[in-house]
Design a protein. Structure first.
Length: 245
């Protein structure tokens, strides 16, 4: 196998192992109804009418598949922690909020967000935040995201100065209110711009690190938090061993 084919096989193994574990869980729980929570909590794909399109469902959330060309990339090994993070992020999108995975380094905060974007076929732009960002740049950035319907994951979001964070909260709130009102065009930073309903914004943080800013309350209210911890390494090792075979 060449490198591209090997990547495809590795990705199929990861998804197949997860599918096997899901079936075992459903059998052990004796799930026999589509309304059971063990079934509802899974990331599921449906072709629905009258939209005549693919939608991704999880619990109460319903996200339209975006068909973004992601390329031949790998997929994250799905652990119970990944599933819980997925439920939090999709639930946040359902309520027109953002997601806020937080925890120590190496727990998969950014990678889980990127992998969920792959699962729903949407472009996810990872942005590494710093204390040099200003409100004008962030306004232009959010304007572009709202118009093209991409997701953005702001890494180390609490490195931004508190004065800038307060303005960012108002910018995000303006877009979220426009999404709730199902507007096609809305006013953002004194300009009339089109709104793509696929817009999504996520932030990751390492709380307690030196030089980090405490988020203002009006910004915290716009994101649903989830605490990330060390994942189940045994399951990851199983997938890696299967890849090697």
């Amino acid at each position: 196998l060449n490198k591209a084919q090997q990547t495809v096989v590795e990705t199929l193994i990861v998804l197949d192992v997860h599918g096997r574990d899901v079936v075992k869980t459903l059998m052990n729980a004796k799930v026999n109804s589509v309304t059971d929570f063990d079934w509802q909590r899974q990331l599921r794909y449906y072709w629905e009418m009258p939209e005549d399109n693919c939608f991704v469902r999880q619990t109460k959330s319903r996200i339209e598949y975006s068909y973004e060309y992601i390329g031949n990339g790998g997929r994250l090994v799905i652990t119970p922690l990944t599933d819980k993070c997925y439920m939090t992020l999709t639930g946040a999108m359902h309520l027109f909020y953002g997601g806020n995975p937080q925890g120590p380094a190496g727990t998969g905060k950014t990678e889980t967000t990127k992998d969920l974007a792959k699962a729903v076929g949407v472009q996810c732009v990872v942005f590494n935040c710093s204390d040099s960002l200003d409100i004008n740049f962030m306004g232009r950035y959010f304007s572009g995201l709202a118009q093209c319907g991409a997701w953005s994951c702001f890494d180390e979001f609490n490195r931004i100065h508190i004065e800038v964070l307060s303005v960012i909260a108002q910018q995000i709130l303006t877009i979220q209110n426009a999404l709730r009102d199902e507007r096609k065009v809305f006013t953002f930073e004194h300009d009339e711009i089109p709104l793509n309903p696929r817009f999504g914004t996520f932030i990751t943080m390492n709380p307690g690190y030196a030089g980090r800013t405490e988020l203002p309350d009006n910004l915290k209210a716009l994101f649903r938090p989830i605490s990330m911890m060390i994942p189940d390494l045994s399951l990851i090792h199983i997938c890696r061993c299967r890849r090697a075979i």
